[in-house]
Design a protein around this ligand. Structure first.
Ligand code: BES
Ligand code: MN
Ligand code: ZN
Length: 506
């Protein structure tokens, strides 16, 4: 999608050339002397339309307006939720035949940056079409969307961020959606290598031999039942001085989760192709970083493999030695995510990160706890939890903080190893987090359980690309927070070529 940001008043919107002009109108709308104001006024006066969020009125060739089609959309109070409702209702119209260039006029809204973010997000979402194994799927006629705001300058950082996030989220969706036979660990590794074409991104991929040499006994154990060779993907983005501690993102990359010998039931097992959505979100974030070039260092780690039942697969009761040296009794081979993640978290220590955030479709229990609205979030340090919560609100990619009381770890005790890989059914998302916490040592760490938010079921079945918006927002906020510190240290090298203008959105 081709996005453009333009300064647009209501009177200039009336003369904008396009196939479809969408005007978002909040309750607080104050009509002026222009054709669109007159249209809104008349529609309200005659009781044909109201400002309620999502209420639509389709007009054809209204007086004094250039666009053939004009769509009035109620934006309610202009709150984030009302904006989402309003824009969600527009997506079907954007897909209408004959609409190649649409103008979305947001000039009547107060919070232009929020409206711009919501608009770009919703248009990008509506225009995504999966085609890899369904090439006949109908692509959208829509080619270009002009987002019109009263003050272009004030909305520019939000716009640039939103477009970059849309690209990253689109990549995350695409890899999430690809069937397991089209998204093997090797293909994921190739996708990561493709990202490294950017000058500021590097990629190393470690194969089974290197992973064995590293002593990642837990990761190896999960992969041993599959014919597909595991891949350990290491991405790095350098946007700040080498000396600056990176943020490490760890994405669960189970390209298919059968459950292993603890086999899953057949119903909806196909959805376990989405078990690499954490990994896909890491790829997506790097795509966004390549666009935005914020002044921060980021490492992305992806343990990628399949979880299969096989003559060579791990069996319930097997004990393996993790890279940390801790032994693990694998009581349930379906609790494989934490096994690939624990070794990756140990590996993350070598980067001496300022924070580690892992992202994983980890537990069905999290779906029960929070549904598909908010991702589960755990943090072993308050300011990190707050930062993620805030980034979620700002990007409207919500999460909710969950507890890490030590009492929740009781059930993980084992008679045959340092730790078991499962506890009882109760609090399943929390006990999984407690398992991971054993491997983070003193690192500042957070865990996002995205089992409920990474994909949708039913008619709109497909990956959501979450939590790319949350993560990008968190990284930009971190870059902005690190900045004043940088200026007080003595300058040792020339400033970066591209100052992180988008880091200070709003
Ligand atoms: N990938 C699943 C988690 C999952 C299940 C996500 C359903 C979304 C929908 C994970 O590997 C898993 O199987 N977890 C088990 C853990 C259990 C064995 C302790 C689960 O949640 O059932
Ligand atoms: Mn599993
Ligand atoms: Zn899994």
């Amino acid at each position: 999608m081709n996005f453009e940001l333009k300064a647009l008043s209501l009177s200039s919107a009336a003369v904008a050339k396009c196939d479809l002009l969408v005007l978002l109108v909040p309750q607080a709308f104050e009509p002026a002397q222009d054709p669109l104001s007159a249209l809104v006024e008349a529609a309200v006066r005659h009781g044909d339309w109201s400002h309620a969020a999502g209420k639509q009125l389709h007009c054809y060739r209204p007086a004094g307006v250039q666009a053939r089609r004009v769509l009035l959309v109620g934006a309610g109070s202009g709150s984030q939720r009302d904006l989402r409702t309003a824009l969600g209702s527009v997506s079907a119209v954007l897909k209408a035949e004959g609409v190649q260039h649409a103008v979305l006029c947001l000039s009547a809204l107060d919070d232009a940056p929020a409206a711009v973010r919501a608009s770009v997000h919703s248009v990008a979402d509506a225009s995504y079409v999966y085609t890899l194994t369904k090439p006949q799927a109908k692509a959208l006629g829509l080619q270009k969307v002009t987002v019109g705001v009263a003050d272009k300058h004030a909305a520019t950082p939000a716009f640039e961020q939103a477009v970059a996030v849309a690209l990253g989220q689109g990549l995350a969706k695409e890899w999430g959606n690809r069937p397991a036979n089209h998204a093997t660990p090797t293909l994921l590794a190739q996708a990561a290598k493709d990202l490294a074409k950017d000058a500021d991104i590097d990629c190393k991929v470690h194969g089974p031999k290197e992973v064995a040499k590293l002593g990642m006994g837990a990761f190896l154990a999960v992969a041993q039942g599959s014919k597909e060779p595991l891949q350990f993907i290491e991405l790095s983005y350098q946007g700040a001085a080498k000396s600056q501690a990176p943020v490490v993102l760890v994405g669960k990359g189970i390209t298919f989760d059968t459950g292993g010998i603890s086999l899953k039931p057949a119903a909806a097992m196909d959805e376990m192709k989405f078990d690499m959505c954490g990994a896909a979100s890491v790829l997506g974030v790097f795509r966004s970083l390549a666009e935005l070039k914020p002044a921060i260092n980021v490492v992305g780690l992806i343990p990628a493999c399949e979880n299969m039942p096989d003559g060579g697969a791990i069996k319930p009761g097997d004990v393996v030695t993790s890279m940390s040296g801790q032994t693990i009794e694998i009581l349930n081979t379906d609790a494989e995510g934490r096994l690939v993640l624990c070794d990756t978290l140990t590996y993350a220590e070598r980067f001496k990160p300022s924070a580690v955030v892992d992202i994983a479709t980890l537990t069905g229990a999290c779906v029960i706890a929070l549904g598909g609205v908010r991702s589960g979030m755990y943090a072993n340090e308050d300011s990190l939890g707050q930062a993620l919560l805030h980034a979620g609100e700002k990007s409207q990619d919500l999460c909710w903080q969950m507890p890490l009381d030590d009492d929740y770890a009781e059930g993980l005790k084992s008679n045959f190893a340092d730790v078991g890989n499962v506890a009882g059914r109760a609090g399943g998302s929390i006990t999984a987090a407690k398992f991971l916490q054993r491997f983070v040592g003193t690192m500042r760490w957070a865990h996002l359980d995205i089992a409920g938010t990474a994909w949708k079921e039913g008619a709109s079945k497909g990956a959501t690309g979450r939590p790319v918006p949350l993560l990008v927002q968190y990284l930009l906020d971190s870059a902005a927070a690190a900045k004043p510190v940088k200026t007080t240290t003595k300058p040792k090298s020339a400033p970066r070529k591209a100052p992180a203008k988008t880091a200070k959105a709003e």
